[in-house]
Design a protein around this ligand. Sequence first.
Ligand code: URP
Ligand code: ZN
Ligand code: ZN
Ligand code: ZN
Length: 513
Amino acid sequence: MDFDLVVRNGTVVTASDIWESCDIGIKDGTIVAVGPHLPATAGAQEIDAEGAFITPGGVDSHVHLSQAGILIHNANIDGVDRSTFTNGVIPDRENYVADTYDTGTRSAVAGGTTTVVTFACQLKKDESIIPVIENYHKLAKDQSYCDYAFHVIITNPTPQIVEEEFPRMVDEYGITSVKLYMTYKPMRLHDYQVLDVMYSARKLGITTMVHAENADIIDWMTQHLEAKLMTQPYHHGTSRPPIVEAEATNRVICLAELMDTPILLVHISSANAAKHIRDAQTRLLPVYGETCPQYMFLLADSMRKGDFEGAKCVCSPPIREDKSDQDAIWAGIKNGTFNIVSSDHAPSKYDHPNGKKLGLQHGNLPHGKFRFIPNGLPGVETRVPLLFSGGVLSGRISPQKFVEVTSTNPAKLYGLKKKGCIGPGFDADLVIWYPQATFQPFNLTNEMLHHAIDYTPFEGIEFKNWPRYTIIRGKVVFSHGEVVGEMGYGQFIRREKSLLPGPRDVWLSEWRP
Ligand code: URP
Ligand code: ZN
Ligand code: ZN
Ligand code: ZN
C-alpha cells in the first residue's frame, strides 16, 4: 500500500473502540488504512505517536466568527452604530472586538479542532438570506486555518425566505441546519414564527437549532433588578434563573413535537432543561441536546469577584450558581442526553470600549449594568483539551464518550460525512496527544492561547495534556505548541442531511403538513 503519511504506534480512539499499538495510513488527505504494523512506503512522512492517544479532529459545531449579530445581541447597546450593518455583516472591521475567521480558526487548530461550523447571521432588516450567506463566504474564504461549514441564523422568517430561499440554502449552498433564538430583542422569534421555520425545515429534512430562554421573563427581571440597583455582572445570572431556560426548552420541544421535526437545544446549562430533553428522548422524539465546557467547569460564584471582572463570564444562558446544575450536565453527557459538546465560542474583548466594557460605559454606575455587556465567551481552543483533561484523564468520561461528543456526533448530526471518525474513507483529521508519562501538567494562562481575545474564562485551570499535533486532511497544522498550518488551507464543506434519526410521522391531531 502506498501512503503519503503514516502515524505509528498510537492508542487510536473512535466513538466505539480503542486500539492500542495502532498505525494510521494516509493517502491524498484521506485515511486509507488503520491497523498494526502498516508497511513502510518510500517517501512517506512518518510520525511516531509513542503510544499516545490519537483521537479524531474536533468538530466544533457552534462557533461565532466575524458575526455582526454578536455586537447587537443586547438590545440597548447604543454605542454601536447599527445603521451600517447589512446582510449580516459589519462593514467596518475596526468594529470587531471578537474573533474573525483567521484568528478564530488559528485558535481552533491550536486546541485540536479541525472543523468549525460557524453562523451566517441574518439581521432582522435583511430581506434575503442569500446575500448574507454570500457575505460570510467572503469573510471566510482564504482566511481559515481549518475546515468550515455554515449554519444560518434566522431572525426574520418571511414567507420568501422559508419557502423559496430555504430550498436554495440546502441545494445550492449545502447548508442543512438553521438556528433560531427565543430571546434577544434583535434576534428573537415568536412561537408563530418558530412554527413557520419548523414547517419548512421539516419539508427539507434540516435540523433546527434553538436558543431556548424566555425573553419576557428576562426583560421583566432586568427592569426590576435595575430598580434595585442590582446591576453588577453577577446579576446577569439573577435575571435568568434556570426556570427561564427550562420553560423555553419545554415550549420549543412542544412546538417541534407538533411539527414532527428534529431540533437541537443549544448550550444547555441546567438540570431541569436537561430533564425536559431527556423526557422527550425517552418518548423517542428527535430532540437533541448540546452543552458547553463553561457549564461543566465553571460556577457563577467566581463572578462575584471584583466590581466588573465578572463580565468576563457573562454569557447566555448564564453560568449557574448551583453545583447540582453542573452535576446534571455531566450526568447528561454520560447518559446520552447531550449528544454534542460545543464551545459556543462567542467572545468579546474585555478591556475594550466596544467589548465587555460596554457594560461599564453605558451603566453610569461604578459596577456597570449587566444589560449592556455583550454576551458570550471565548472557548474554541480550550474545548477539546478541557474535555480530554478534565473529562477523560480525570476519570469522568471514557475516551470513546469524549470522541462521540466532541467529534463524531456533531459530524453525524450536521451531515459532515467525511468527518468525525478514524476509519478508512474519512478525512485524515487527527489529534495526537502527548504520551501521558512525559507530560508536565500546567495551569492555563491567556498568553498560551491563539485567539484575538484579551482573557480566557478558564484561566488557571490545570491541563493534564494538550494536543501535540493537529492534522487536517493529512497535513500537520499544529505541532508542539506552534501553529504551522496556513491561513486559507481550510476548505468550505457542503453538508449533507443529518445521519441521526429525523421525523417519525407521529402526529398530535388530524393536521398534516
Ligand atoms: O452568550 C452567548 N452564548 N452568546 C453567543 C450567542 C448565542 O446565543 O449562542
Ligand atoms: Zn508497528
Ligand atoms: Zn445561543
Ligand atoms: Zn452561540
